[in-house]
Design a protein around this ligand. Structure first.
Ligand code: ATP
Length: 234
């Protein structure tokens, strides 16, 4: 579905991604793990069209989308749930969700998609008219995921959805991610919560210092001593 070829991304002179090539297959949940500063956020922001690559190519469903504006990435079927959620805290939950469906194709199905989002996150139904900033961290994360789903994407990018959440709330968020995946959505999930994320994932890749250093089935990766030591603390 999505292919990256030899992607290089830099902030000024500082390179954050080096020659990254990878494929995301339709329907899979790909987990990207790696230490702080490895380039995970840079990677998903590049996949969302927010950061233009210095070199390399991004192809979505066979179409070259390298260098297009972020809203063109959205039109191509890619939606991002950014790190730290980035909600409009003074706007209501309903208004935040609406922001996600601004493209004509999504707007036409707004009511239907909203019903799907509320079926996934029933707790939001009673909070639709509340300012998003008044919600708990977990509910805010649900709004952020819901907002991305309102765009009716074919590829969902999630940047550390468990950040700052308690273990119980994290489990609920991961449960929702599993349901979205089981519904057929293609997902790229960046997570610090490695053991839980790997349990969800169909495939995983490890990013270190801007390069992919390992890739494979989660079960296989978890058997490797260096991965167990670095990411699973065992
Ligand atoms: P974390 O888990 O801490 O979010 P990450 O794996 O997502 O880390 P990135 O945030 O993508 O890593 O950062 C990759 C590299 O790029 C780091 O060396 C970081 O310092 C650098 N970097 C990130 N954002 C910027 C920026 N806006 N300007 C300059 N350098 C940046």
């Amino acid at each position: 579905m999505l292919e990256l070829q030899q992607l290089t991304v830099a902030y000024g002179e500082a390179r954050a991604l080096w020659d990254v090539s990878m494929k995301v297959t339709q329907g899979e949940l790909l987990c990207v793990v790696g230490p702080n500063g490895a380039g995970k956020t840079t990677l998903v922001n590049t996949l969302a069209g927010i950061l233009p690559p210095r070199a390399g190519r991004i192809t979505m469903e066979g179409r070259d989308i390298t260098g297009l504006a972020p809203h063109r990435f959205c039109e191509a079927g890619i939606a991002l749930v950014p790190e730290g959620r980035r909600l409009f805290t003074g706007m209501t939950v309903a208004e935040n969700l609406d922001v996600g469906s601004y493209l004509p194709a999504a707007k036409a199905k707004r009511r239907e998609t909203l019903d799907e989002v509320l079926a996934l996150f029933p707790a939001l139904t009673a909070r639709l008219t509340a300012p998003a900033g008044e919600l708990s961290g977990g509910q805010q994360q649900m709004v952020a995921i819901g907002r991305a789903l309102m765009a009716r994407p074919r590829l969902l990018l999630l940047d550390e959805p468990s950040l700052g959440l308690s273990p119980l709330v994290t489990a609920a968020v991961f449960d929702a991610v599993r349901k979205i995946s089981q519904g057929g959505m293609t997902i790229v999930l960046v997570e610090q919560n490695v053991s839980q994320a790997l349990r969800l994932a169909h495939r995983a890749c490890v990013l270190e210092l801007g390069r992919i250093v390992a890739e494979g089935e989660p079960q296989e990766l978890m058997k490797r001593p260096e991965i167990r030591q670095a990411y699973l603390g065992v």
